[in-house]
Write a protein that binds this ligand. Sequence first.
Ligand SMILES: [Zn+2]
Ligand SMILES: [Zn+2]
Length: 127
Amino acid sequence: MSPIPHDAEWYRTEYLKSAHWRWLRALRLEFAHHRCEQCGWSHDADSLKAGLQRQRGPLDVHHLVYRELYDVTLADLRVLCRRCHDRKHEWLEWRRLFQRQEDRRCARKLARLLEKKRDARRETRRG
Ligand SMILES: [Zn+2]
Ligand SMILES: [Zn+2]
């Protein structure tokens, strides 16, 4: 399943600026009371005083799952501050790399297994 049904360029320049996304994003931010759902940070006076504004950045709305872009529910989205969002994507990237490694390992295992089976078949035919 492709993560985005359109290309990344279209997604950035068109979709993220569309009325649909702006509406969905605003609704989701409202739903989360304008707080990061990972660390609880918000743009309130306390965090401004604590100097966290620059560190945590603006609040982003992250897609947990990509179905059809126009068929997204509020539960498919997470409100994250920039710091948590960056970490999330670092983790996703790491997991993707790990998954690929695992896939390669599994493919090698499967190849060895099939080879063994083939050898066994040859043995029985000969025997
Ligand atoms: Zn956060
Ligand atoms: Zn994201």
